[in-house]
Design a protein around this ligand. Structure first.
Ligand SMILES: *Cc1c(COP(=O)(O)O)cnc(C)c1O
Length: 853
């Protein structure tokens, strides 16, 4: 509920009652002492130097002696000590960018799934050995310190992780970039299982203190909401519009360091946190209702309270639109008012910045910039629109029509009345152009309109982004093609040059170097140091695939990673992984289109074939299947699937008939930290979405780079992975996208597939009988009925093909040398999937000239 507040405070003297404000500008006088004038001096790079920093932070920062300190004290102190080593570079990078302003990337993303910061900082500063030695002097283990950190889970999955990889790469390439986002007080929920069912627990990641952020309350900005607009005539006699907001909040920026890889560059990630405005509490305060004033405070701060745990489906909630507008309004204001020089001519804005829209979440920035230019800066519409169109580019992340965000007109009008007017203004002019280009085609006009009428009046954010954006990109070749041909075909016809592709990538720093030290060492020995910055050099591994000694070392590295995973899962989940198994891993968000259900059908097929005696246990390639997946809390079918996976795992792991041959593990709370241990240990990477549904995937890239072979459909970036690693080193199965389309068109009847395939029938019947649910068929009926009578993502249609390819995989894994050879070739040929390469593509195809490399 919106408290009925107006920011105008009639008849009071705000200064006497308002909370004190701090100045945001620094000293004007020149310092006299040399220390105060010179550049920032980093601490000494030695274990003694680090020890000094650490103890100072412990004693003066935490206020405890080493003897009395808790592991959390030690972690906070050591993190701050590590931070000191980045600080000089951070300040220097900022100074350099101020003094030599070049065009900058403003990456706008509602999510950043950063993962733990400590190791990343140690890697960026090349300090692991120094820190380890210094801590050892204090009897502290670095691993214990690492384990103290709760990862900042400010994202749901792939989209948020992509943003984190991109800002890492931009810092490593020394591109001027500020990442803008939201500092959620509660990130993605912590997943626990109760009787095998997902239970969500709030993620209190800030509760022990966060040494990686720098709040800057003196740089707060005001964000307005609600109210109405009115027309007036300005001094020059021009008709103008003014927004009279109904309420407002403050955005406080929190800065995070984004270090490049050992290159002296540290960029900034600026995350916004909502606070109540002073006016806001003051008015109620003056009414004498203290409790009400505090309630208002809470209301304002709710905006950045929690990350919406939805993935691939927009949850149409008012608070979410508030979050979106809040963070882009803060970011634009911060950039225009605080980053640009005060006398900057805004006509030149496109020479200074390109805002990349990570999906539609930040698209409300488009009318916001128009509003700033027209209402606040007095520009004419046409000029403002010309500038706006050059300042934004849009990345689409989906192919699911239901995942395209729309906001009810009623809601936008109530929350952002001026923006709704501007959106109508944009739409009116745009539809005129459509009518001009396609006379008489009113159906097309309706299809393309930014404002839809059916099933309810709403703003189509993807259309707005496509009309406004200088470029629109998909995230893998196939996705970009389907984006043009199927999702936005009218727009592709109208603006053929707008559409482009940038295939996603992942940062090799975190996902190879940091996550897989054993493999990294091997790579460095083989191709020399520095590949972390130029991943194309992995191709130098190609010839080593033929070297039996290297293959043996490669296997040993994989084995070491499996041991590390075993140790982790034992303490983390109380799970004991069997030894010597093929490790078959499917980790990603739980979604029907990703088809965890198909993987589950395979697991039950293996189980049933051993149980029934169809194959002798000793003829089976021993396999452990690991799942990791969170389901959106309101996504019923996804949660049913989780419950069933856990039920199947429990049954299989307890059955002596399959012991030593088949095991299933489902560690709870899949996150970046778990991914970093799981992925390097995997032999087989499961990328089995229905073709035409996964935009790109980035998990698939992480696995290939860590020497797992992929079993996958011809979908997303799998297509490019297969092209690069070669058909012999990739297990392709299932329908292609055109085949899927054809089956849709001809009418797909899953129950017929079931009836026609005796093996599939046995497997589904076994599940349906309650064999995994204590004899209770009721607990599986939703899952089974959906497969038989709906199966929107055609798991049954691809079942036989999947079983067949898995049998080939069993045989292939038995040939150890050939498997290792393929695994090495996967690493050697996957260098393309570095997010550094993605950034080069954005620079070439989207961000354009003016960005200095
Ligand atoms: C990489 C990553 C993802 C994305 O995985 P996909 O298989 O591409 O969906 C999701 N979550 C985490 C924690 C990741 O690290």
């Amino acid at each position: 509920m919106t408290p009925d507040l107006t920011p105008k405070l009639p008849g009071q003297e705000p200064d006497s009652a308002a909370p004190p404000r701090r100045e945001s500008r620094g000293p004007a006088a020149e310092p006299t002492h040399a220390l105060a004038r010179g550049p920032v001096v980093p601490p000494t790079r030695s274990s003694e130097g680090f020890l000094r920093e650490f103890l100072r932070e412990l004693q003066y920062g935490q206020g405890v002696t080493l003897a009395r300190s808790s592991p959390n004290d030690q972690y906070l102190a050591m993190a701050r000590a590590v931070r000191h080593y980045l600080m000089a570079d951070w300040l220097e990078t900022a100074r350099r960018r101020r003094e030599h302003p070049a065009k900058m990337v403003g990456y706008l993303s509602a999510e950043y799934l950063l993962g733990r910061q400590l190791d990343n900082a140690l890697l960026a500063t090349d300090m692991v050995d120094i820190v380890q030695e210094a801590l050892a002097e204090c009897g502290i283990s670095l691993d214990t310190m690492r384990a103290q950190e709760v990862e900042p889970g400010l994202g749901n999955g792939g989209l948020g992780r992509l943003a984190a990889c991109f800002i890492d790469s931009l810092a490593t390439l020394d591109v001027s970039c500020v990442g803008y986002g939201i500092r959620y007080e509660y990130g993605i929920f912590r997943q626990t299982f109760v009787d095998g069912r997902q239970v969500e627990v709030p993620d209190t990641w800030l509760s022990f203190g966060n040494p990686w952020e720098f709040p800057h309350p003196e740089r707060e900005v005001e964000v307005n909401f609600g109210g109405h607009t009115e027309q007036y005539t300005d001094e020059d006699g021009r008709e103008r519009t003014r927004w009279i907001p109904g309420w407002n909040v403050l955005g406080v920026p929190y800065h995070y360091m984004v270090p490049g890889y050992q290159n002296g560059v540290v960029n900034t990630l600026r995350l916004w946190s909502a606070r109540a405005t002073h006016a806001f509490d003051l008015q109620i305060f003056n009414s004498g209702d203290y409790a009400e004033a505090v309630r208002a405070q809470t209301f304002a701060e709710n905006i950045t309270k929690v990350l919406y745990p939805e993935d691939s489906t927009p949850q149409g909630r008012e608070l979410r639109l508030q979050q979106q507008y809040f963070f882009v309004a803060c970011s634009l204001k911060d950039y225009i008012d605080q980053t640009l020089p005060p006398d900057f001519d805004l006509k030149r804005l496109p020479d200074q910045i390109i805002f990349q829209l990570n999906d539609t979440h930040p698209v409300i920035a488009v009318p916001e910039l128009m509003r700033l230019l027209i209402d606040d800066k007095g520009m004419e519409w046409d000029e403002a629109w010309e500038i706006t169109q050059k300042c934004f580019a849009y990345t689409c992340h989906t192919l699911l029509p239901e995942a395209l965000e729309v906001w009810p007109v009623e809601l936008v009008g109530r929350l952002l009345p001026r923006h709704l007017e501007i959106i109508y203004g944009i739409n009116e002019r745009f539809l005129e152009q459509v009518r001009e280009a396609f006379p008489g085609d009113e159906l097309r006009v309706r299809r393309m309109s930014i404002v839809q009428d059916h099933p309810f009046r709403a703003v189509r954010m993807a259309h707005l982004a496509t009309v406004a954006g200088a470029k629109v990109n998909g995230v893998a070749e196939l996705h970009s093609q389907l984006l043009r041909d199927k999702l936005l075909p009218d727009f592709a016809q109208m603006y053929p040059d707008k559409f482009t592709n940038v295939t996603n990538g992942v940062t090799p720093r975190r996902f190879v170097r940091q996550a897989n030290p054993a493999l990294s060492e091997l790579i460095s020995e083989a191709v020399g140091p520095g590949w972390e910055r130029d991943l194309s050099r992995l191709s130098g591994l190609e010839s080593f695939a033929e070297d039996p000694e290297f293959r043996e070392q490669f296997r040993q590295a994989k084995q070491a990673n499996k041991e590390r995973l075993r140790a982790l899962l034992l303490v983390r989940d109380g799970v004991e992984l069997p030894e010597g198994h093929l490790l078959d891993v499917m980790v990603k968000r739980l979604h029907e289109y990703k088809r965890q259900s198909l993987k589950l059908l395979h697991v039950v097929t293996l189980y049933e074939s051993i149980r029934s005696g169809e194959v002798a246990a000793e003829d089976v390639t021993p396999r452990t299947v690991i799942f990791g997946a969170k389901a959106a809390p309101g996504y019923h079918m996804a949660k049913e699937t989780i419950a069933l996976i856990n039920a199947v795992a429990k049954t299989i792991n307890a059955d002596p008939a399959v012991k030593g041959r088949l095991a299933v593990a489902f560690p709870a709370n899949y996150n970046v930290t778990l991914a970093e241990t799981l992925i390097p240990a995997a032999d087989l990477s499961e990328q089995i979405s229905l073709a035409g549904m996964e935009a790109s995937g980035t998990g698939n890239m992480k696995f290939a780079l860590n020497g797992a072979l992929t079993v996958g459909t011809d979908d997303g970036a799998n297509v490019e992975i297969r092209q690069l690693v070669g058909d012999d080193n990739f297990f392709l199965f299932g329908m292609s996208e055109p085949e899927v389309a054809a089956l849709h068109a001809s009418g797909y009847v899953p129950s017929q597939v079931y009836a026609d395939n005796p093996r599939l029938k046995r497997v589904i019947d076994l599940i349906a009988s309650g064999a995994f649910t204590d004899g209770d068929p009721g607990r599986v009926s939703a899952f089974v009925d959906d497969l038989l009578y709906n199966d929107r993502f055609m798991a049954l249609a691809d079942y036989q093909s999947y079983i067949d390819v898995q049998e080939r995989i069993d045989a292939a894994y038995a040939d150890t040398e050939a498997w290792t050879r393929s695994a090495i070739l996967n690493v050697a040929r996957a260098g393309f999937f570095s997010s550094d390469r993605s950034m080069h593509d954005y620079l070439d195809r989207i961000w354009g000239a003016g960005i200095r490399l």
